[in-house]
Design a protein around this ligand. Structure first.
Ligand code: SF4
Length: 904
C-alpha cells in the first residue's frame, strides 16, 4: 500500500485481472520505476505461477488511450457537473417512464465492492431489477444448472480436488489457453500421479492434444454423451443407490430420459460423431475411477441448451455420490476474474443480493437490511432481453460499467444500433474510445486494475484482495464512488455514504449472514466487522465463512471447504434434484446459404476486447490478426488459401478474417476468436455474426454454433505499415492493428488506390508529403516500399504489393530503436530484406522470451531439439510461465521425424 509519501512501496500483493483462475500476483517496482508481475507463492490458487498474460501485466500499465476526465455531451467537465447531469437525467427518466426504463449493464471485470453498490443502487433505490452483467454471456447456464440441481448457485469443490483426482474431464474448455495456470496444475498431477485427462471438445486444441483421450464431439451434443454415461452408470456398480435414495429426487425420471436420448451406443456415436471405442473408454474410465472431477466451461455454458448440458453433467456426479468429496465433483470454471463475485452480490437480473432471489421473504429481508424505499420485487431483464427492450425504446437510460456490449453481445450490429436510441447512455470506462462509447452522453473515467482496490472471487469460491499500487491518474475514480455520488444526488445520501471499499465489503459480508443461520450457501459474515487494517491485510479465503467461525483477520485460511459432502442441499426438500434434459438440438440448422458452423472462443495471449492485453507487444505477437481456423478440405471447397483473407457471413453480420488452414478443425466447423473490436480491426467483431438465441433457463446466448458462409475477400493490394504514430485506416477495405515494441503495426488490404498512385496513397495515410518518403517500386512485381524518417530516425515503414506475399516485419522492428538510420539500413528497407539475412522468427509461441514458431521448427528439425527441456535449455522457450508448453509439444510432435514416424 502507498505509505503516504505518494510513492508506492516496492512490492504489492494483488490478484490478476484476467481469468477466473484468480491467481495471486506480486507487483514489484523495478529500479527504473516500472512494475514487474510475479506470481504470489503464498496464494493458494496459483502458488507462484502466472501464465503469459499474467506475466505481462507490467507492460499494460501505461496511460495511452485512457479516459482521464468526465465527459458530458462531448465536453470534458468536472466530476460534480457530470454527476449532477447523470442524477438529474436518471431522475427525470424515472419520473416520466418509471424505474424499469432504467438499466445497468455490469461486468465480471468489476470488483465485488463496485458490483455491490451498483446492484444496491438499482434494485434497492432506483427500484428496477434491470441490472445484468456480461457474466450472462459467460456462465449463467452454470448458475441455472446449479440452482436447479442444488437449490443454490454453489460450486461444490476446490482446485485442490484437481490435485487429488484420478480422472479429470474437461468439457467445453480449452484450459491450456483459457485457464493456463489451472491446466498446469492438472498437468503436474498427471506427471506426479498418473491422473488421466479426458477432453471433450469439437476442436482439436492445445488442451485436447495433451489429453489421454480426446472426444471430438459434434457441436451441441454433450447432453447425449452424458446421458449415455448416466445410463451406463445405472447398470454398473458405480451407481450409489443408497445416496441416490437418501439425498436426491428425480433419478428415475432423469434416467428414463437418458435412456430415451441414448437408446444405443451406435445411436450415440452417430449423433455425437464419436468413435465407439472412445465412448466406451470414456464410460469405462468414469465407472472405474472414484475420484473424478468434471470441469466445464464456456463450451458447455454458451449454448441455447447450456443449462441442460450442465445438469446432464451434474446428474452423473449425483448418481455416483461423487460430489463435495476430496478429489471429486463437478466444477464450473468461470471465465472472468470476478464472475463469482458478481453472482454473490446479485449482479444477475434474476438474483436479488447475497445469493437471495425474489421470493417475498427475501425481498422483505433485503429491503429491511438496506432500508430501501423502492426495492424491486420481481426479476429484471436478462442481457439479451434487456438490449431488445432498448431496441424497442422501452428502456430509455443505460449505464454500462467496465464492459463493451457493442462487441461482446450476439447480433452486435443490432446492439450498436439499439444503443443509439437511448435517451441517456452513461459509460464508466478506463479507455477513451471503445465500440460502446460512440454515442455515450456521459463518460465517466473509471479506475483501472492497479489503481482500484477491492475483492474478487475466483472459480473455487476464493475471495482475494485486489490492491492498488498506482495512484489514480487524471480525474479517474473508482466505480463504487461514482455510483454512490449519483445515488446521493438522487436523494439516497445515507445509504450511499461509503468512504472506502472496506466499508462496502463489511456491509456485503453482513448482508450475507443476515437472517441466514445456514439457510443460504453464501455467508461471509465472519468478515462483517473486519477493521480497515484487517481488510487491507486480508489474505485469500474460501467461502463460506459464517459469523460463528470468526477468523483472525489478516490470517490466511488454508482450510479447504467443500459443499454437499453430507448430502444436504439448498432445495426445499434438502435433497438434490436430478434433471431430465431436453433432446439436444442446435438452435439453427445449417443451410445451402450458410453451410458451416462457427465456433468462437479465446486465444492464449489476449483477454476479452484487448483493452489491456493488447498493450503488451509480446502478447500481441502470438496472434497478430483476427483469424478463421478452417479445415483444409473446406478451404478447398470454398476457394480459400492459407494466409489469404476471407469474408465470413451470417444472417446477422459480416467479418473479414485471415485464413488459417488446420486439420485440427473438423470439416464443416470453423473457429474464430472473440477479441477483435472496431478499435483494432476493420471487421473482426465476431459478436456481429452470432444470433441472439438463448438458453430458456439461463438466458445465456449461443456462441458456439452459428451458421456462416465463407468466401475469398477480393483485394487488389496487400500491405503493412509500421508507424510510431497511430493512423486512420478507415480508407482500407481491410485492416488490423497490433502493438509492436516501438511502433503500431497495421496489416491491410485495398481494393484500389482510390485513383491515386502508391506513393500518394501511402503519403496520405502517413500524413506526410510524397517527397518526405524514401521509396522504391520493384518493376518486376509491382511491390512498393517506403520509409518516413525525421532527422534520420525512422518514423514509419510501409510495404504494398499486388500479391499477398509480404515479408515478415519482425526484422524491421529493431530499426525503430536506432537513433540514426544508416545508409545500408535504408537500402535494405527499400530492398525488402534484412542486412544480416536474419530468419523470420514467425509468430510468437513463447511470449515470455519472444521465441517464434519458425525458430522453434528450425531448432526441432535442424538441431534435433526434440524435447521441451532441450528447447528450454537452448532457447529458454517454455521456461518461465509454461503457458506455451502444450504448443511446444505439438510443434515437436508435428515436426520431429521420430515423433512423426511413431505417429504414423
Ligand atoms: Fe491471470 Fe493467467 Fe492466472 Fe488466469 S491463469 S488468473 S490469466 S495469471
Amino acid at each position: 500500500m502507498p505509505d503516504g509519501s505518494g510513492l508506492p512501496e516496492k512490492s504489492v500483493k494483488t490478484a490478476c485481472p484476467y481469468c477466473g483462475v484468480g491467481c495471486g500476483v506480486r507487483m514489484a517496482m523495478q529500479s527504473d520505476m516500472s512494475w514487474k508481475a510475479n506470481g504470489d507463492e503464498n496464494h493458494p490458487s496459483n502458488f507462484g505461477r502466472l501464465c503469459s498474460k499474467g506475466s505481462a501485466l507490467g507492460e499494460t500499465l501505461d496511460l495511452k488511450g485512457r479516459l482521464l476526465d468526465p465527459v458530458l455531451d462531448g465536453k470534458n467537465v468536472e466530476w460534480p457537473v457530470a454527476l449532477d447531469a447523470a442524477a438529474d437525467r436518471l431522475s427525470a427518466i424515472r419520473k416520466e417512464h418509471g424505474p424499469d426504463a432504467i438499466a445497468v449493464y455490469l461486468s465480471g471485470q468489476l470488483l465485488t465492492e463496485d458490483y455491490y453498490v451498483a446492484n444496491k443502487f438499482m434494485k434497492g433505490f432506483v427500484g428496477s431489477a434491470n441490472v445484468d452483467t456480461n457474466s450472462r454471456l459467460c456462465m449463467s447456464s452454470s448458475v441455472a444448472g446449479h440452482k436447479k440441481a442444488f437449490g443454490a448457485d454453489t460450486v461444490p469443490g476446490a482446485y485442490e480436488d484437481l490435485d487429488r483426482a484420478d480422472l479429470v474431464i474437461l468439457t467445453g474448455s480449452n484450459a491450456a489457453w483459457c485457464h493456463p495456470v489451472l491446466f498446469q496444475r492438472i498437468q503436474k498431477a498427471r506427471a506426479e500421479r498418473g491422473m488421466r485427462l479426458v477432453v471433450i471438445d469439437p476442436r482439436e486444441t492445445e488442451t485436447s492434444k495433451e489429453a489421454d483421450l480426446h472426444l471430438p464431439i459434434a457441436p451441441g451434443k454433450d447432453t447425449l454423451l452424458f446421458s449415455a454415461l448416466l445410463k451406463a452408470l445405472s447398470q454398473s456398480g458405480a451407481l450409489d443407490q443408497q445416496y441416490v435414495e437418501t439425498h436426491t429426487l428425480g433419478y428415475a425420471t432423469a434416467l428414463a430420459r437418458a435412456v430415451e436420448l441414448a437408446p444405443s451406443m451406435d445411436r450415440v456415436c452417430e449423433e455425437t460423431r464419436l468413435r465407439l471405442p472412445d465412448v466406451k473408454t470414456f464410460i469405462r474410465w468414469f465407472i472405474e475411477t472414484e475420484k473424478v472431477v468434471t470441469c466445464y466451461s464456456q463450451g458447455v455454458n454458451q449454448s441455447a441448451q447450456g443449462t441442460d448440458k450442465v445438469n446432464a453433467i451434474l446428474n452423473c456426479h449425483l448418481a455416483t455420490n461423487r460430489i463435495g468429496r476430496e478429489g471429486m465433483g463437478p466444477f464450473s470454471l468461470t471465465g472472468q476474474p470476478n464472475a463469482m463475485g458478481g453472482r454473490e452480490v446479485g449482479g444477475l437480473a434474476n438474483q436479488l443480493a447475497a445469493h437471495m432471489e425474489f421470493q417475498p421473504e427475501s425481498v422483505d429481508r433485503v429491503r429491511r437490511f438496506w432500508n430501501a424505499p423502492h426495492i424491486a420485487t420481481t426479476p429484471g431483464l436478462k442481457a439479451i432481453d434487456l438490449f431488445d427492450a432498448i431496441d424497442r425504446g422501452e428502456i430509455k437510460a443505460l449505464w454500462v460499467m467496465g464492459t463493451n456490449p457493442a462487441v461482446s453481445l450476439p447480433d452486435a450490429d443490432r446492439v450498436r444500433r439499439a444503443m443509439k436510441k437511448l435517451e441517456l447512455l452513461i459509460v464508466s470506462e478506463n479507455m477513451a474510445s471503445t465500440d460502446s462509447m460512440d454515442n455515450a452522453h456521459i463518460r465517466l473515467p473509471a479506475a483501472a486494475w492497479g489503481e482500484k482496490a477491492g475483492t474478487v472471487t475466483n472459480s473455487e469460491r476464493r475471495i482475494s484482495r485486489q490492491r492498488s499500487f498506482l495512484s489514480l491518474p487524471g480525474r479517474v475514480k473508482p466505480d463504487w464512488w461514482a455510483v454512490s455520488q449519483v445515488a446521493q444526488r438522487m436523494g439516497y445520501a445515507e445509504a450511499f455514504s461509503y468512504a472506502s471499499p472496506a466499508e462496502i465489503f463489511r456491509e456485503h459480508a453482513e448482508l450475507s449472514g443476515f437472517e441466514n443461520a445456514g439457510s443460504r450457501d453464501f455467508d461471509i459474515s465472519a468478515y462483517a466487522s473486519c477493521s480497515d487494517q484487517a481488510y487491507e491485510a486480508l489474505d485469500p479465503f474460501q467461502w463460506p465463512a459464517p459469523g460463528g467461525l470468526i477468523r483472525t483477520h489478516g490470517e490466511c485460511s488454508t482450510q479447504t471447504h467443500r459443499f454437499f459432502a453430507e448430502g444436504k442441499f439448498y432445495t426445499p426438500s434438502g435433497k438434490a434434484n436430478f434433471i431430465a434434459p431436453a433432446r439436444p438440438e442446435l438452435s439453427v440448422d445449417l443451410s445451402v446459404t450458410y453451410p458451416l458452423l462457427l465456433n468462437t472462443g479465446r486465444i492464449r495471449d489476449q483477454w476479452h476486447t484487448m483493452t489491456r492485453s493488447g498493450k503488451s507487444p509480446r502478447l500481441g505477437r502470438h496472434k497478430e490478426e483476427p483469424f478463421l481456423d478452417i479445415n483444409t478440405a473446406d478451404a478447398r471447397k470454398f476457394h480459400l488459401t492459407q494466409g489469404e483473407l476471407a469474408t465470413v457471413e451470417s444472417p446477422h453480420g459480416q467479418a473479414v478474417l485471415r485464413v488459417n488452414l488446420t486439420d485440427a478443425q473438423t470439416p464443416g466447423d470453423v473457429f474464430a476468436p472473440i477479441h477483435w473490436t472496431g478499435q483494432n480491426a476493420s471487421a473482426g467483431r465476431i459478436g456481429a455474426l452470432l444470433a441472439s438465441h438463448v438458453d430458456p433457463f439461463s438466458g445465456q446466448p449461443e456462441a458456439k454454433a452459428a451458421p456462416v458462409s465463407v468466401k475469398p475477400f477480393q483485394a487488389a493490394f496487400y500491405g503493412f505499415v509500421m508507424s510510431t504514430a497511430s493512423l486512420d485506416m478507415t480508407n482500407c477495405a481491410y485492416w488490423a492493428k497490433v502493438q509492436l515494441q516501438d511502433t503500431i503495426g497495421y496489416r491491410f488490404a485495398l481494393t484500389s488506390y482510390n485513383g491515386k498512385g502508391a506513393n500518394k496513397w501511402m503519403s496520405d495515410l502517413l500524413g506526410v508529403s510524397g517527397t518526405e518518403l524514401i521509396q522504391s517500386t520493384d518493376k518486376s512485381n509491382g511491390v512498393f516500399r517506403a520509409a518516413h524518417l525525421i532527422d534520420d530516425r525512422l518514423q514509419a515503414v510501409a510495404y504494398l504489393s499486388p500479391q499477398n506475399d509480404l515479408p515478415s516485419w519482425s526484422w524491421l522492428e529493431t530499426l525503430f530503436a536506432k537513433d540514426k538510420l544508416e545508409v545500408l539500413d535504408r537500402r535494405y528497407i527499400l530492398a525488402g530484406r534484412s542486412i544480416d539475412g536474419a530468419q523470420d522468427p514467425g509468430p510468437t509461441v513463447c511470449a515470455c522470451y519472444g521465441v517464434g514458431r519458425n525458430t522453434l521448427i528450425d531448432a526441432i528439425c535442424k538441431k534435433g531439439l526434440i524435447t521441451t527441456q532441450a528447447l528450454g535449455e537452448q532457447l529458454k522457450a517454455g521456461t518461465n510461465c509454461g503457458s506455451c508448453l502444450p504448443e511446444l509439444r505439438s510443434l515437436i510432435g508435428g515436426h520431429d521425424k521420430t515423433a512423426k514416424a511413431k505417429a504414423s
